[in-house]
Design a protein around this ligand. Structure first.
Ligand code: EZ4
Ligand code: CO
Length: 412
């Protein structure tokens, strides 16, 4: 089980994906996701120039040792580029170990703690009728929990609203891009926090009235509020019994969450831009959040995420792993295996990849009646079709950003 080939494969079927593919001397292939939305090639260079040469000749069975070697041995720790690169190696080694053992990865992590993973989808719309239609369309697809994002009167385009992405007139923009637009420069959107805070409770009131008290509803604030504004939002949404409010403040200011907690019992989810357990130390120990939002892809892989979730378990904090379309099907599979195995699973985000992406990444997971399951193929259960991947070369793409009315760049 010696690694004798390490390839970095970039493909852009519906959006950009970076995949590390390792092959052992006995012919076992393992793959890992290293996709960092809008900064993909930084991870490619990190892997190709600084990691792949270290992998050749190494023992593929020593997953924990490899993790520690890449993390401690580099001297420079943490950060999204480093942790995505380490995540890809870690996933690929778990994939190899599963294939060598003839078992799906979740079995190696202790076996299933549940029958399936409750997943939520993304409903959105500029106005209520469109939002209701979008919720119904997701229910018809089997979703039993739904994130709701809304347009705000007076604002032209808001991130995460599917129809507004389509309104740009760029035919290549589909919601699957979420909406990381292909192009040399990022798209500029507008923002007004007071208008948002006034509007959003009216939307959740209407959605509750239309769909009743049962349906779990989620909302993402995309880091846009100050602590006081976040406390106000969490309080104003309390009557509508959210499953969670996500990223209500910029996540790096951890003590800010104390103020939100003092004012509201709306559950909080944070962490899609965090990379290590150390980023979570304060908000977990002070129990300032309820759900861990990290992606396995951006948090050092299965090995590190398992440690993070075991730490969170001491504080009754559950998983809500990031599952946007910029996490590749390989990263999604890693999240599903881990989520199935840990006791403190909460919910899995599931945005659904496009058809071309599913042709490049052949998958064995199942989806039905609101639940995901990673399947029982040995390893992660995802195969990269290299010929198919080769049809779609990298294209520069960026997440949008926003400015206030006076031109100031705002958090998002
Ligand atoms: O902005 O995946 O909850 N989901 C999100 C996503 C993220 C993108 C970043 O790459 O906030 O839409
Ligand atoms: Co988010």
């Amino acid at each position: 089980m010696i690694i004798d080939k390490a390839e970095v494969i970039v493909t852009s079927p519906d959006r950009n994906f970076v995949t590390l593919r390792l092959t052992t001397d006995d012919g076992v292939v393992g793959i890992g996701d290293a996709t960092l939305n809008g900064r993909e090639l930084a991870v490619v260079a990190y892997l190709k120039e600084h990691v792949a040469p270290l992998l050749l000749g190494a023992d593929a069975s020593r997953i924990e040792d490899m993790w520690q070697f890449l993390y401690r041995g580099a001297y420079w720790r943490r950060g999204p580029v480093t942790m995505a690169a380490i995540a890809a190696v870690d996933m690929a080694l778990w994939d190899i170990k599963g294939k060598a053992a003839g078992m799906p990865v979740y079995q190696l992590l202790g076996g299933a703690s549940r029958d399936g993973l409750m997943a939520y989808g993304h409903a959105s719309g500029k106005e209520l009728p469109e939002i209701f239609d979008s919720i119904r369309a997701h229910q018809e697809k089997g979703f039993k929990s739904i994130r709701v994002q809304t347009g705000v009167p007076g604002l032209k385009a808001i991130y995460g609203i599917a129809s507004q992405a389509a309104d740009t007139g760029d035919a290549s923009v589909r919601y699957d891009h979420e909406p990381a637009r292909r192009g040399a420069k990022p798209t500029q959107e507008d923002w007004d926090t007071r208008a948002y805070l006034r509007h959003i409770p009216t939307v959740f009131e209407a959605v509750r009235n239309e769909f009743g008290p049962e349906l779990p509803l989620l909302h993402d604030g995309h880091h846009r509020m100050t602590p006081l504004q976040a406390a106000k939002l969490a309080t104003s949404l309390e009557p509508y019994d959210l499953f969670w409010l996500e990223d209500c403040t910029p996540a790096e200011n951890q003590e800010a969450l104390r103020l939100v907690r003092q004012h509201s019992t709306t559950p909080l989810a944070i962490g899609e831009i965090f990379n290590t357990v150390w980023d979570y130390k304060q908000i977990i120990q002070e129990q300032l959040i309820d759900y861990v939002r990290s992606a396995v892809t951006h948090t050092g892989g299965i090995s590190h995420m398992k440690k993070l979730m075991d730490f969170a378990a001491l504080y009754q904090i559950k998983s809500g792993f990031h599952g946007p379309t910029d996490v590749s099907p390989v990263g999604m599979a890693a999240a599903m295996h881990l989520g199935l195995a840990i006791h403190n699973f909460g919910i899995q985000e599931y945005m659904q990849h496009g058809e071309r992406t599913n042709q490049v990444f052949r998958q064995t997971f199942t989806w039905g009646d609101g639940y995901l399951h990673p399947g029982d193929e040995p390893g992660l259960g995802v195969t990269l079709d290299v010929d198919e991947a080769g049809k779609y070369p990298y294209e520069q793409a960026y997440l949008p950003f926003n400015r206030l009315a006076d031109g100031t760049v705002h958090d998002w």
